[in-house]
Design a binder for this molecule. Structure first.
Ligand code: ADP
Ligand code: MG
Length: 458
């Protein structure tokens, strides 16, 4: 196909999409695109960095293809490749048509800048700042990550994020990368795991081109290495990491690292590296609180587009305290189950579906303990938990105890009923509803129940 026709089709497609997505997005994402060629119904576009490729493929590829089909019905697909020869020119002249060389892209890449495209790992499109729920345990790390992402100059170097597994370290790192990419697509942000870093380094050693390995990182503006505890004790990798790290810091490039422990507590890491790591900003992510877990669940349910009742979310937030990943997994499971069997999500189905998980997370509070504590709290006899007395002064505490038994143990309704003087499961169900209702209406009562729950959970 003639270059001129290809060129004019691109201009038309680009113009349409530009009016759809607005000027800012156009400048960031469409303008740097170079049209390469069209063959066999496939249009090939190129962009200078892997990040731009990811973004365009995720956000615009389908739309580009559709628009192009409107211009030329013979088009079947639009392919976006990374070619970083003279990115500056490509930015200025988006419609330069240059035939693709026949040699594969990877081998054509000569300069360090081109090769670096290959180093990073892809970013998870869900891991953005917008989707990160902020609470006491992570607000500092969140703020630090935002600062680094929005900074025009290097502020803290390195930013060191640490915390237990599944608490959002990787999420925050990807969020930084997405944000930087969005505000300035020409900045080269590389994210990779320490494991991958090590693997690359070992391969370079084997192939005897460690010089190339170092060169690869030269053109990186922001380097993020996840889970650096992985290189603890691996001396040669650590040495290399140290040099790369120093070189980049000296050149004023931003570095972001994560680990499961603070720099000082990392074992098997050399002292000089530790002290270098401590030089920037160290931000920890603490274990989740009940409030944060509830907030995360609510936000994830919204994202899934499903309505999950408050009591179910509260139940999950109480029960699954290990980490966010597990919490998310639990919610996904109950939502998937409900959609599959076409049933509403209730506390009962939740307990059924998550049986195994709940058992593992179970704090092993017994019904006897609950009865004892509740009786003490309301100043009644334990025997009243089993008795047939119906006076409000004993009936209400009994209902509270049943409610807590349902919330804090994995016992079924009939099992709970039996422990309360052989009552029927419908009585327990009624108690659970009643307490829920009272908690809504009476803040003092809600507080009492909450206090008891905390005491029991220890
Ligand atoms: P880590 O790297 O610390 O082990 P991840 O970043 O992989 O943890 O987080 C595990 C999962 O939990 C991810 O799906 C992530 O999106 C989610 N997650 C963690 N913290 C939050 C949060 N504060 N808000 C929303 N999602 C979160
Ligand atoms: Mg991680």
């Amino acid at each position: 196909m003639g270059e001129i026709r290809l060129h004019s089709q691109w201009e038309a497609v680009c113009g349409r999409l530009r009016s759809e997505i607005g000027e800012a997005a156009y400048q960031s994402w469409l303008k740097p695109i170079t049209v390469r060629e069209m063959a066999d119904g496939q249009v090939r576009l190129s962009v200078p960095t892997r990040f731009m490729q990811d973004w365009i493929v995720t956000h615009y590829a389908d739309r580009l293809c559709m628009l192009w089909q409107g211009e030329n019905p013979g088009i079947r697909s639009v392919d976006v490749v990374v070619l970083s020869d003279r990115p500056a020119r490509a930015v200025e002249k988006p419609a330069v048509v240059a035939p693709l060389p026949t040699v594969p892209t990877a081998r054509r890449m000569g300069s360090a800048e081109e090769a670096v495209v290959d180093i990073g790992a892809p970013l998870d499109p869900r891991f953005t700042f917008e989707r990160f729920v902020v609470g006491k345990p992570n607000e500092f790390a969140y703020a630090a990550a935002q600062r680094v992402a929005d900074a025009t100059q290097v502020s803290f170097n390195p930013l060191f994020l640490y915390g237990g597994v599944g608490l959002g370290k990787t999420h925050l790192m990807h969020a930084i990368a997405w944000r930087i990419r969005q505000s300035d697509p020409t900045r080269n942000v590389i994210y990779l795991s320490a494991e991958k870093f090590m693997y690359r380094f070992i391969r370079a050693l084997r192939e005897q081109n460690t010089v190339d390995f170092k060169e690869q990182f030269r053109s990186v503006d922001v380097l993020m290495i996840d889970d650096v505890q992985f290189i603890a004790g691996k001396d040669s990798t650590q040495e290399e990491f140290f040099h790369t790290f120093n070189a980049l810091v000296d050149q004023g490039r931003q570095i972001v690292l994560s680990a499961d422990k603070s720099p000082s507590n990392l074992e098997g890491i050399e002292e000089r590296l530790k002290s270098r790591l401590n030089c920037g900003l160290v931000a920890d992510i603490h274990a989740t609180t009940y409030e944060l877990r509830l907030g995360i669940l609510q936000s994830k349910a919204d994202q899934l587009g499903v309505e999950v009742k408050r009591n179910v979310l509260e139940f999950l937030a109480h029960k699954i305290t290990s980490n966010v990943r597990e919490l998310e997994g639990a919610l996904n499971r109950i939502v998937a189950h409900a959609q599959l069997v076409g049933r509403q999500i209730t506390l009962e189905t939740t307990q059924e579906v998550l049986h195994d998980l709940l058992r593992a997370n179970d704090r092993r509070v017994t019904i006897e303990e609950i009865q004892k504590r509740v009786a003490e709290h309301f100043n009644i006899r334990i025997s009243d938990m089993h008795s047939a007395r119906r006076a409000r002064s004993v009936a209400r505490p009994r209902q509270v105890a049943m409610y807590l038994a349902k919330q804090l143990t994995t016992r079924s309704l009939p099992e709970i009923g039996r422990k309360f003087g052989g009552r029927d499961h419908t009585t327990v169900m009624h108690a659970v509803r009643k307490v829920d209702e009272l908690r809504e209406r009476d803040a003092g009562f809600a507080e009492d129940v909450e206090l008891l729950r905390r005491m029991l959970e220890g």
